[in-house]
Each structure stands twice: as C-alpha cells, then as structure tokens.
Design a protein around this ligand. Structure first.
Ligand code: FAD
Length: 639
C-alpha cells in the first residue's frame, strides 16, 4: 500500500475503460461493470481499439485517472494484447486486463505469455451471464490493487514532515508495510502549514503523526515507532512470569507461518517483530511465484492475511521490539528484548531473515531516506513520478523494484556489476524489463559515490572493468545488492557459518553437537542449541523464497512438538495437553478479531524464580513515553 503524498491535484473519479471490437463481449462487460461499479467509477467503452490511445490521452488531460483497462482478445480482437500493452505508455499505473472468452484456449496461451512478459497485468474469463461472481471477485481484487498502489482514500493516519527526511521516509515505509492508509503532507506546503496551525503546533519537531481513527484525535510530535504502536493500542503488556511454549523471533513469512501452525496446534506462542509484519516479502509489490495466487499477490497483502490468521489462532504479537540476546537459564530459554523485557520459553524459532547489504559510501549513507533507499521502498514509488531513478542490483528483488518504479518514474536505470542478468534474475522478470520502454540496464557498473545536500542530486558510476568514472544526474537510488543474515544479535549462542547464516540439522559441525545432549543428533531445522530452531532466509542453505520460508516455518512446529515431548523440557503446560489442542479458533479468539491485538490467557505457567521473566520493569502498566502528545484541539499534554 502506497502512502499518498499530497500537494498534487485532488483525485477525480477514476475510470474503467472497456475496449474491443466484439460487440457481445463489450456489452456483457459493460452490463456487469456498470451494474456493480458505476457508483464509484466512470465506465467508458471504446469500440475502436485504434482510437484508444487518443481517448486515454483525453481522459488524462481531463484529470481523470484510469484504474483499469479491460479488453477483448481472440478472433475479433486478434491484436487485443498489443492494444492493452500500449496503455502502459499513456497511463503507466492503469491495470491492463485481458478478457478471454470461455473455452478460447488458443488465446489463453498468448495471454499467459503476455502476463509473464509484463505486457499486460491480469486476465479474467469474460462473464457469460449474471450473476458473474467469479468475474467480479477478480475485478474487485484488481481495483483494490490499483487503489492500494495509488494511495488516497480515508487516511486514518496523517504524517506531516519534511519531504526529504530519513525519518519521514521511515514512517511512510512503516505504515505502508503494515497496510495502514497514511497520507503524507510536506510541512513546507500550504496544506502542511495549515494542518500544523490547526493542531496548535508552532514549529514542532518533525515529523508529526496524527491518528484520526479514535474518537479523540491524537497528534504525536516526532514519536518513536514504539510510541506509535502504543498509541495504536497494540502494546498490551504480558502477564508476569509467563513461560511460552514457543517464542518466534521475526514476523516475516517464516515466522508468521510458524506462529499460525504453533498457535493453531495449541502451543502458547509469542512472536517478536522489530520492524514490520511481512519482513522482506512485505516490501515486494507483486509476488508472482507464491503457490495459490495465479494472478500474483502483493507481499504486504500476503503478510497481512497470514498475520490475521496467526492472530485469530491466538498468537501474542510483540511489535517494534528487537530480540537482543538468547540464553538458557533454569531449563528455559530467555530472550532479552530491546525494551528491556525478557521472554521465557521452552523453545525458540529464529526467523530473523536477512537484510540488504549497505553501500558503505559515507556520502550516500548520509542521504539515506533522502533519495537513497535500501530495498524496494514500495511506499516511495508514487513520489517518483517524472523522476530519474536508479536501481542498484541484479537479483529478482531489484528486477521487481525496477518494474514497480517504472510505473511512475520517467526513467529507471538498473545498475548491474555482472555482464548479464541471466545468472541472477528469473527469466520472467528479465523479459518484463526488456518489454518496459522506460527501463534500461547498465552492465559492468557500480555506484562509487554521489552528491547532494538536502537530497540526492547525482551519482558517480564506475565501470567495473576499466575503473572509469562518470557522473549522472539522479533523483533517487534504490539499493538491492544482496542480503546478509540478521543474526548478529545471537553472537556465539548458536553455531553460524562464515557469513552468519545459522547452521541446522545435518549441517552442524561435529563439535557443535556438544551443545546437544550426548548421543542425540540434531533434528532437522534444529540449531546447535537443543529446542532452538531456525527457519527461512536466516538458515544456511535455505532457498530465499517466500514459499520455502513459509514451508520451513510450518515445518519447524512439528519439530517443536517432538522436542517438547521427548526432552527434559517436558510437554506443554498441563492445562494445554495435545488432545485439547483446538484446531479452530476458540470462541473468545473469534470475538477478539474485532478488538485489540493481545488478549491473555487466564492460566499462566509461572516461573517464580525468574523475576525478569516479565515484560519489563513497568510490567502491567501502560508504557509512559516522554513525548508530548497534543490533542487535535491543540492543547498539549503529557501522558
Ligand atoms: C523486494 C523483494 C522482492 C521479493 N520477491 C520475491 C518473490 O517474488 N518471490 C519469492 O519467493 N521471494 C521473493 N523475495 C524473497 C522473500 O521475500 C524472502 O525469501 C522471504 O521474505 C524470507 O522470509 P523470512 O521470514 O525468512 O525472512 P524475512 O522476510 O527477512 O523476515 C524476517 C523478519 O525478522 C525481523 N527481525 C530481524 N531481526 C530481528 C530481531 N532481532 N528481533 C525481532 N525481529 C527481527 C525483521 O524485521 C523481519 O520482519 C523478495 C524479497 C525482496 C526484498
């Protein structure tokens, strides 16, 4: 979900365009689309495909955004794919959808090829008669995708800040990855100044975050992520002495899948996440290779669905906190968190994934968030409209980022050190890049330096063969140059390879078996610490894909059961025997779906010897941030 950046003309009613020569297809499409969407969209029909381009230019000139162009393919519209493909050059963000006639297998093949090559975005089977629920299900999904990429609509959160500030960018990214619709207002714009005035904030420390979803609006001045999470009401403290069956560290695909399976099988489960639900996957604009989603799914949407599932099954979420160390004491594992609290658990699943390598170029590091971005930064894409953008990296994530940015940017240049993309990027992405006119790829090149004071202005590029350097004007650089595991926090507690990836199962060197009970080989996914498992990208030898991360997260749970039932750690708490494990959400959990993120079980397995085994020194109390919070009326108060 993009964060809407304001200061542009207000959005007019969006348009759905139907194009094609076949009268029957046009009519049924019009009938169905008008019936369901006329209240929110203008539906226009173009029966002469050759005239589509000037039509769309007229719509653009009139300030009418086109959400979706749906066109016939097949006998009457043999050039249907070309017609749709040409839309990109006129309205880059409009989704291009091919409507295939039922049983037209001939067209299906070429449509699949066109989706793979990025010439069109989606396909549907044209409706035959009402009610056409399958058709509408897909159309609604496409419109949702368009709206979420574009931003706008109701803004439960508004951020007023400096356009080119690292913290503003962090906040846009944070809300976008959590799929919280947030509007960004430049503090120097007329609207931004007016908003600050209405809040009674004169020259406040920026950014200001305004929460508009509660009865009483809250304005937070330069808040930390933890304070925002608290204001959202998702920071309920844990009961004293809680000992979990499993602590999952990291809420990327691996951690979320582990949480779903562990909670659904009755294990007392807590998941700790430092940044945003969804991990790396949450930054991907469109994942096309995750099984079950034939039209692709955005990473943030996929993550949100898994998160909801885990929540419904009873997982406790600890947001905005980082695991800082892992140790073993009194038969339980202890995880010290960045807020000073300590979690106690019988088992641990480490799913902390990987993060982008930094460029390590001081000038460009200073411009982080001010034109230099690590990762795909989906939240920034709409703000790249008309700009000259560079993407450093030759992997799939760089390819996806370039394709996404190309919908808004004037020109996207992919910078690759190798002489080809073939070894590092999937073929379907290479084909999509080739067929996108405003993306070019430069080989044998790396970023050597850059210039800019308030934000990035130019890059110094170096030819990797000759060492020759040249300067190019640049509005933004997105860096996706490989990843490194997020395992520094573990220090020597578990065995890792030279790059820092966690060793598991048969990959553990003989010497590390010493940490396991004598004679017991490590379980698959088990680390050098008994009962501590690793899943997903953080694990040496993992596939670095969403599906494999989800698979490993799920696979770790039966191993947790096995460990709990065959070792000194003992079975789960007596009140939660395996035969009692619910396979469906309990009624109170279902009720909780409409409420807050955490609820706590009445029964707790206490560990009296451990006074640290609670959620920090302020346990049981609402955290008291020092930040001044102003109400919408402008009266400042301290909570
Ligand atoms: C832009 C992009 C596009 C991609 N596209 C695809 C694709 O199309 N198809 C595909 O299959 N794969 C894709 N991938 C790869 C895929 O996203 C990863 O393989 C997958 O996300 C790995 O999941 P994970 O749960 O192991 O780790 P991650 O996704 O890295 O999640 C780890 C989580 O742990 C958290 N964390 C880290 N350290 C701590 C700590 N100490 N305490 C608490 N929390 C911590 C992090 O904040 C993060 O949320 C893409 C990756 C990127 C970046």
């Amino acid at each position: 979900m993009a964060t809407a950046v304001h200061g542009e003309p207000a959005g007019a009613q969006a348009v759905i365009v139907i194009v094609g020569r076949d009268r029957g297809t046009r009519e049924i499409l019009h009938q169905e689309l008008a019936k369901r969407y006329r209240a929110d969209y203008q539906i226009v029909v173009c029966d002469r495909p050759a005239e589509l381009a000037p039509w769309m230019r007229d719509l653009r000139a009139a300030g009418l955004p086109v959400a979706l162009v749906i066109g016939g393919v097949g006998a009457h519209d043999s050039d249907g794919i070309e017609v749709l493909a040409a839309v990109r050059a006129i309205e880059p963000t409009a989704l291009r959808v091919a409507a295939i006639g039922w049983g037209d297998w001939q067209s299906v093949r070429s449509v699949f090829g066109a989706v793979t090559a990025g010439r069109i975005d989606h396909w549907v089977t044209a409706p035959v008669q009402a009610p056409a629920e399958e058709f509408h299900h897909l159309i609604t999904e496409f419109l949702r995708e368009w709206a979420s990429q574009r931003g706008g609509g109701f803004e439960p959160v508004q951020v007023i800040g400096e356009r080119w500030s690292a913290r503003s960018q962090e906040l846009r990214d944070l809300f976008s990855r959590h799929r919280v619709p947030a509007g960004f207002y430049d503090a120097t714009s007329e609207r931004g100044r007016q908003m600050l005035y209405e809040l009674g904030l004169e020259s406040p420390e920026l950014p200001v975050v305004l929460l508009r979803f509660a009865a009483k609006r809250t304005a937070m001045v330069n808040p930390s992520n933890l304070e925002i999470a608290d204001a959202f009401g998702v920071m309920t403290p844990l009961p004293p002495g809680e000992v979990f069956d499993v602590v999952v560290v990291g809420a990327g695909p691996a951690g979320l899948a582990a949480a779903v399976y562990a909670s659904s099988e009755g294990l007392r489960t807590v998941i700790v996440e430092h940044e945003a639900i969804g991990g790396q996957a949450g930054t991907s604009s469109m994942i096309r290779n995750y099984p079950g989603f034939s039209q692709g799914i955005s990473g943030a949407k996929l993550a949100q669905e898994i998160w909801r599932q885990a929540w419904a099954f009873g997982t406790t979420f600890l947001y905005m906190r980082q695991a800082e160390s892992l140790s073993r004491q009194d038969g339980h594992y202890r995880l010290r968190l960045s807020d000073g609290s300590v979690l106690a658990s019988r088992t641990v699943i480490i799913a902390t994934g990987a993060t982008y390598r930094r460029l390590g170029i001081p000038h460009l590091e200073n411009l982080h968030g001010r034109g230099v971005f690590y990762g795909a930064a989906a939240s920034e894409a709409p703000a790249m409209a008309g700009r000259k953008v560079f993407v450093a990296g030759g992997g799939n994530s760089a390819g996806q980022a370039a394709l996404h940015l190309a919908k808004w940017a004037h020109q996207v240049t992919v910078l690759v050190r190798a002489h080809s993309l073939a070894d590092s990027m999937s073929d379907y992405l290479i084909r999509q890049i080739r067929s996108t006119p405003n993306i070019d790829v430069c080989y044998h090149v790396q970023v050597a330096d850059g210039t800019g004071v308030t934000h990035l202005e130019s890059l110094i590029l170096e030819d990797t063969a000759s060492g020759a350097r040249r300067s190019v004007p640049a509005d933004a650089l997105f860096v996706l140059i490989g990843s490194q595991p997020r395992t520094q926090w573990l220090r020597e507690s578990v065995a890792r390879d030279q790059q820092g990836f966690i060793l598991t199962g048969l990959d553990l060197p003989a010497g590390d078996g010493d940490r396991l009970p004598p004679g017991r080989p490590a379980l698959p996914l088990e680390t050098s610490l008994p009962g501590v498992f690793a899943a997903g990208d953080v694990r040496q030898g993992s596939m670095k894909r969403v599906a494999s991360a989800v698979g490993e997260g799920a696979a770790a749970v039966p191993l947790v059961h096995r460990y709990l039932h065959t070792t000194a750690a003992g079975p789960p708490a007596p009140n939660r025997q395996p035969q009692d494990r619910p396979t469906h959400p309990r009624p109170e959990l279902r009720q909780r779906l409409g409420g807050r993120a955490h609820a706590h079980r009445a029964q707790h397995d206490r560990h009296p010897a451990d006074k640290e085994s609670r959620n920090g020194p302020d346990h049981g109390k609402r955290p008291r941030p020092e930040t001044v919070v102003s109400s919408a009326s402008g009266r400042g108060h301290r909570r």
